[in-house]
Design a protein. Structure first.
Length: 241
C-alpha cells in the first residue's frame, strides 16, 4: 500500500471513488486539523478547505482524497464525525453531472430507482446491490391489471451512503443485463422543484428540477464543480511531488 504523498501510483482508482466531502466545518478549522482527524482511516493523498478567493476565509467545507476507496468506506462507517467541537456532514463526493437533475430536497435518499431490468428477479437485484450496503427491500413494479413487469424496480437501503456508492460506480450489469440506476426522487419533490406544483404520487428515477449550482457548498453530496481539482485550485494542498 503506498504511503502518504505517493502520487506516482499508476494503479490508483478514479479520484471520484476516493474523495470525501466534508460540510458544516467551523470557519476556524484548518487543513492541518482536517488532515489530523481523517488520516486515522487511511493515507491522504490530497486535501483542501475551500476558501473565498477574495477574503481567503474558509467557506465551511472541504474535500479529503484518500489513496484507496476502502479508506472512504472506513471513514464513512465511523459517522458521525465531530471536528473542532462541531458535528460535520460527511458524504461521498459525487460529481455534479451525476446528480444535476435531482432536487435539493431529495438528495439524501435511501431508495434507488433501477431501470432496464428485463427478466431479472428481485433476488438478482438484491444479490447485486448487497455489495454496496444493507438492502432493506427490493420491489419490482408490475402492471396492476395484467401483472406484467413494467421494467423497473426500487431498491431500498438502510443508509443514504449506500445509494451514493451505487451512483459513483456508474456501470451495473446483472446476468448480462445493463441496469440504469438513479436516486429515487419522490415525485412531489420533483414538481415542487420544477414549477412549484404539488402533486401526489410515488417515486421517479432521478428526474426533476435542477438542484442549483451551489448545492454542494450548501448541503454536500451533490456535485462538486471544477473549482476544486485535486487540491490544485482554491488554495488546496496536494501531497508530495
Amino acid at each position: 500500500m503506498p504511503g502518504k504523498g505517493d502520487r506516482g501510483d499508476t494503479d490508483l482508482e478514479p479520484e471520484q471513488m476516493r474523495k470525501v466531502f466534508i460540510g458544516g466545518l467551523d470557519y476556524g478549522t484548518t487543513e492541518e486539523t482536517l488532515e489530523a482527524y481523517f488520516e486515522r482511516w487511511g493515507d491522504i493523498v490530497d486535501l483542501v478547505v475551500m476558501k473565498d478567493p477574495y477574503t481567503k476565509r474558509s467557506r465551511g467545507f472541504g474535500f479529503v482524497t484518500y489513496a484507496h476507496s476502502e479508506m472512504v468506506d472506513e471513514a464513512m462507517s465511523h459517522r458521525p464525525h465531530k471536528i473542532d467541537g462541531r458535528e460535520v456532514e460527511t458524504k461521498r463526493a459525487i460529481p455534479k453531472d451525476e446528480i444535476e437533475n435531482i432536487p435539493q430536497q431529495a438528495m439524501d435518499v435511501k431508495k434507488l430507482f433501477v431501470g432496464g431490468i428485463k427478466h431479472l428477479e428481485d433476488q438478482d437485484l438484491q444479490e447485486h446491490f448487497a455489495q454496496f450496503g444493507n438492502v432493506v427491500s427490493c420491489d419490482t413494479i408490475v402492471n396492476r391489471d395484467t401483472g406484467i413487469k413494467r421494467g423497473f424496480a426500487f431498491v431500498e437501503f438502510d443508509d443514504t451512503d449506500a445509494v451514493d456508492k451505487v451512483i459513483l460506480h456508474k456501470k451495473h450489469e446483472v446476468k448480462g443485463v445493463r441496469l440504469f440506476v438513479k436516486k429515487a426522487v419522490e415525485w412531489t419533490e420533483v414538481k415542487k422543484s420544477k414549477d412549484g406544483y404539488r402533486s401526489r404520487g410515488g417515486f421517479r428515477g432521478g428526474r426533476g428540477g435542477r438542484g442549483g449550482d451551489d448545492y454542494y457548498e450548501r448541503r454536500g453530496g451533490g456535485g462538486y464543480r471544477d473549482e476544486y481539482d485535486g487540491g490544485r485550485r482554491g488554495g488546496g494542498r496536494g501531497r508530495g511531488g
